[in-house]
Design a protein around this ligand. Structure first.
Ligand code: SF4
Length: 323
């Protein structure tokens, strides 16, 4: 497996500015010492509750925001200190699909102009080349050329998300961050978009970070799964291992919270709310909600322990690989 992204010791701490004087009165600890690799041609599913840092991680990886510290290696090169010109090149290779297809398309632009815009930004002017690529991509997302002359409001949510995906892949990127790409859509449409992303991944040799709070969707689309909690990776494993042999109490709580239609009694919610990232608990960050908490958990911070190849868990129960 070749590594496309290697993320090392990544921190994102947003300062909280106090009033007119601009003093820093604290920080929001959105990402804390995140170390993770994304392999070429995989879909890495990133799951966690809202406020866990998933989107912040996606935005840092695309350098849409600059992290407080750490490294993001893309094909071995750190993108954090890249110049504007170098970043422009990087943006051809790495794109974002937003959650909300109603917001991500300019309502005043025809679909043709929306799809042409990335070429203009990159300084590509050959009209024949642009038009051929646009037609090719429109067909790849299952739409017809006639849509090019229409405006976003003429389409349903699912169709708009297809167009937003077309815009993200128009320059033939290597990597996509899909940030909750189906959560704003009707359930009946979600599977179509997820299947489209899987087929594009195969067809275009894409690598993808797929962010969702929905474990059913993550299970369907991902090759590997990482769980985030309060800005940290709590557990990461290959999909099969993850569902058969998950170990972190938070992973278990997330799985228990997935509704089971045939057995309503099993439907539970995770106890309590996720603590504020402005004031995270010391020790294990999950200790305020964990049924297995001990004194050690309240005072010491667990590492991400490797319990088998490709399976890591941040919990003292797994400290000696005997969980
Ligand atoms: Fe629970 Fe302790 Fe494991 Fe944290 S380290 S998840 S509090 S058992």
């Amino acid at each position: 497996m070749n590594t496309l992204f290697k993320i090392k010791n990544l921190n994102m701490h947003y300062p909280i500015i106090d009033g007119l004087m601009g003093n820093i009165k604290g920080y929001i600890y959105a990402l804390n010492d995140v170390n993770i690799e994304i392999y070429e041609n995989e879909i890495l599913g990133l799951v966690g509750e809202s406020g866990s840092g998933k989107s912040t991680l996606g935005n840092c990886i695309l350098k849409l925001i600059t992290p407080t510290s750490g490294e993001i290696l893309f094909n071995g090169e750190n993108i954090i200190n890249k110049s504007k010109k170098e970043l422009k090149e990087f943006r051809k290779d790495a794109q974002l699909i937003f959650q909300n297809p109603y917001m991500s398309l300019n309502p005043r632009m025809k679909i043709y102009d929306t799809l042409k815009e990335p070429f203009i930004i990159q300084g590509i002017k050959n009209k024949k080349e642009i038009d051929e690529r646009i037609k090719q991509i429109i067909s790849l997302i299952g739409m017809k050329d006639e849509v090019l002359n229409r405006y976003p409001h003429e389409f349903s949510g699912g169709q708009r998300q297809r167009i937003a995906i077309a815009r993200a892949i128009i320059l033939n990127p290597k990597f996509l961050v899909a940030d909750e790409p189906v959560s704003a859509l009707d359930v009946s449409i979600q599977a179509q978009i997820v299947n489209l992303l899987i087929s594009l991944k195969e067809h275009l040799n894409l690598t993808m970070l797929f962010i969702s709070h929905n474990l059913s969707v993550i299970k369907y689309i991902s090759d590997r799964i990482a769980v985030m909690y309060l800005g940290e990776i709590a557990e990461i494993a290959d999909k099969e291992e993850f569902f058969k042999n998950h170990k972190h109490p938070y992973t278990q709580a997330l799985l228990d919270a997935v509704p089971v239609i045939s057995d309503k009694k099993r439907e539970k919610t995770i106890i309590g709310d996720i603590p504020s990232p402005q004031n995270p608990p010391k020790g294990c960050k999950f200790h305020t909600r964990c049924p297995y908490v001990t004194e050690k958990c309240k005072n010491q911070h667990p590492e991400l322990y490797e319990i088998s190849p490709n399976h890591k868990v941040r919990c003292f129960l797994c400290e000696n690989k005997c969980c």
